[in-house]
Design a protein around this ligand. Sequence first.
Ligand code: UFG
Length: 320
Amino acid sequence: MSRILVTGGAGYIGSITVALLLQRGYEVTVLDDCSTGHADAVPANVTFYQGSILDGALVRKALEGCDAVIHFAAKSLVGESVEKPDLYRNNNINGSQILFDEMDGAGVTRIVVSSSAATYGDSKEQPILETHKAHPTNPYGETKLAVDNSLADLAAEENFAAISLRYFNVAGALKGEAGWIAERHNPETHLIPNVLKATKDQPLKIFGTDWKTKDGTCIRDYIHVVDLAEAHVLALDALKAGSHEIINLGSGGGYSVREVVDTASKVVGYEIPAVNVDRRAGDPAVLIASIDKAKSLLQWSPTRNLEAMIRDAYETLKAV
Ligand code: UFG
């Protein structure tokens, strides 16, 4: 039986991927420092090390008995990365390098890595192909690009089998046996949870209404977290020694912030309170994925739409 090390497996996307891996018969080890993840999100039948990927000795221990790695552990907020670029460089670039060095030392050379649409930056071409030249507009995107580049080197020089999955905007939740597994960020900065939490006293802030888009608000490509997690499990089977592939994961279509607010208003049955404020630093105007490569290399297609993402996120809020 195959054992997978999931770094960041106590986080939102990581814990949902762990649940799917277990369903498919994999054994799982999780390494997570719980700086943004939650120890109670790790199931009892998983080997769990609470600590950082910056700790080489712990990474070595966690790799024992594993034949592949899914690497989520990272700082992942665009806005925070603009304020704390050194934190992002240390955690995301140095941490990944320590993980890769330990993998090399242990002879574990198969890895699926969470990368990001933030690597592309402001793109005139939409939808964005994986071959698009990367020009990140924020430190978060720069760190993810640096990690993708080192994986390309590891594939060429050390025969690693690597896939970088470039996520667009992830939302929704998984209803597992023990209840909902959902986004639990503090502070919450992501659009869909903030839309659902908005009240008359604390309305949703719409960041920027003067973008060059159809209604002036930013456009993003939203993907359901369960579709995303399924792609990780499929990616394990698509790994090839000596090869590094970059694969976008999104829906292939875009929604403006206003369209998300309108869809959410329909789902919840009342008008979501919202106010217009200034643009947020580091935001690109439009990000839409081309997902042809995911379809052909992973035999994957998203099956859950924006309404399903919002409905599932709403159910988890009601369940709290
Ligand atoms: N937004 C608001 N109000 C809010 C929160 C967000 O107007 O309260 C807007 C943002 O300005 C942006 C859009 O909603 O235009 C989406 O913002 P999110 O914070 O939900 O997501 P981001 O697009 O900033 O970033 C997310 C992930 C990144 C990833 C990126 C890829 O957090 O890790 O998607 O598209 F890189």
